[in-house]
Write a protein that binds this ligand. Structure first.
Ligand code: SAM
Length: 434
């Protein structure tokens, strides 16, 4: 069991390699592994314990006795021990952030998937020195109606009126400086290319009790320069933003997944299409399809004689994917959970597969079921925001003689420990009928 540290024990530690959770690994005086946030490999720090278990300790570096040359002054005034939990690497130069992410991906690939690979983390267009890139921010609301981000591993809020990693258009809505009394959480969403913006408000347990004839009452909300959606219900004309990718228009409704970095959709869509290399007439399955970003673009690549099956479990995401693919009769959207049974019996015999699961990955069962299609599948492209679950999942295919034929890593989450992977896997020769 993990216990919060009440008495803020302090250690002097020499910090080692980067570890998961945004910190570096070190050894506490009693020999326990210690994960030290706000530190860098090679630094000598005074670390304050934040929580403990019998096997490891979490700590924050509160004084830097011997700084790394890669250390910089955090551009955000809310970064630092005990403060905003949104960023992990505000104290790290951008080049070093990418090297740290690359070494973590390489370490996971080797330790979990058993493959040795040099990894390069590529920047994407749209941020300015790692800042100004988020097109979506989710905020908590305090009792007075002020908004804030959660502190690291805490429900407490760090109150903010601006966020340097957010696109300027997010601040342009005025939502961060406004007061939202009675609201539990809100998400501010912008589409800089179309100039659209939306604030999606969740009343949660604080929903007003009064009822209108329609069964709900609009809460008193501040005036902002954005359309407002309350608990999924648009107060104005539309509860979605519209944006274009590769010249194709997409609708993304409040609450539906969309990549956060302003340059991510273009970079990932290009990488996925290049990796899949779909030809006219191909049959493609897009698992965890969201609003249909990959499905719709790949439907264009396979043409009218091909087919794309998009599988997604969220109702609103499926509605967006259907809307976004309405000009593509070769695209079918199936509302379903991706399970081993669905992969075994419900996706036909695809030539190509793309999967883009949530952080926890697809899981061994789904990967084993995908291996069952190795007689027909030419290539599988796995998009992942988590090197650990990615490595665990691809190990299932590698053990069945598939090969990781390419791997790209994108820095679509600057200032955080996160990184996006696009891996291409091909079945080995033994998988095909002789
Ligand atoms: C990381 S998003 C990817 C969406 C899309 N590929 C994109 O780039 O916009 C993952 C999506 O998988 C959906 N999802 C999560 N678990 C699922 C499951 N077990 N079955 C089907 N869809 C799932 C989520 O609703 C979400 O839309």
């Amino acid at each position: 069991m993990e216990c919060a540290a009440d008495d803020a024990e302090l250690f002097e530690l020499e910090v080692g390699a980067i570890a998961g959770g945004g910190g570096c690994a070190a050894r506490a005086p009693d020999g326990r592994v210690t994960f030290v946030r706000h530190s860098l490999p090679g630094e000598l720090v005074v670390a304050r314990v934040t929580s403990t278990t019998t096997s490891f300790i979490r700590a924050d570096a509160v004084t830097i006795l011997r700084p790394s040359p890669a250390r910089v002054a955090p551009p955000c005034p809310h970064a630092g021990p005990g403060r905003c939990g949104g960023c992990d690497y505000q104290h790290v130069s951008l080049d070093t952030q990418r090297l740290l992410k690359a070494s973590r991906v390489a370490e996971q690939l080797q330790r979990v998937a058993g493959i040795q690979r040099d990894v390069e983390v590529e920047p994407v267009a749209g941020d300015v020195a790692g800042l100004g890139w988020r097109t979506r921010v989710r905020l908590g609301v305090g009792p007075s109606g002020s908004v804030g981000f959660r502190r690291h591993r805490s429900h407490e809020l760090e109150y903010v009126e601006s966020c340097p990693i957010a696109c300027p258009a997010i601040e342009g809505t005025g939502a961060l400086g406004a007061r939202w009394p009675g609201v539990e959480e809100l998400e501010v969403i912008v589409a800089p290319d179309s100039g659209e913006s939306l604030v999606s408000v969740e009343m949660g347990r604080r929903a007003p009790k009064d009822r209108t004839p329609k069964g709900r009452k609009n809460p008193d909300l501040p005036e902002v320069a954005a359309r407002v959606v309350v608990d999924g219900r648009a107060l104005q004309r539309s509860g979605a933003v519209y944006t274009k990718v590769a010249g194709v228009p997409f609708r993304v409704s409040a609450g539906v997944f969309w990549q956060v970095h302003v340059g991510a959709v273009d970079a990932l869509a290009r990488a996925v299409r290049a990796a899949l290399a779909a030809a006219p007439g191909d049959c493609v399955v897009d698992l965890y399809a969201g609003a249909g970003l990959f499905s719709v673009l790949v439907a264009g690549d396979v043409g009218p004689h091909g087919s794309v099956l998009a599988v997604e479990r969220e109702r609103r995401a499926c509605a967006d994917a259907e809307h976004n693919g309405r000009a593509c009769p070769q695209l079918t959207v199936k509302r379903a959970s991706v399970t081993p049974n669905l992969i075994e019996r419900g996706i036909g015999a695809p030539d190509l597969v793309v999967l883009d699961p949530a952080r926890e990955g697809a899981g061994r069962g789904v990967m084993a079921a995908l291996n069952g299609h190795s007689a027909t599948v030419r290539r599988l492209v796995y998009v992942s925001c988590d090197p650990s679950s990615f490595s665990r999942d691809i190990r299932v295919l590698l053990a069945a003689d598939w090969r990781l034929t390419s791997l790209r890593a994108f820095d679509i989450f600057p200032m955080t420990e996160h990184v996006e992977l696009v891996g291409t896997l091909e079945p080995g020769p033994r998988q095909f009928p002789r």
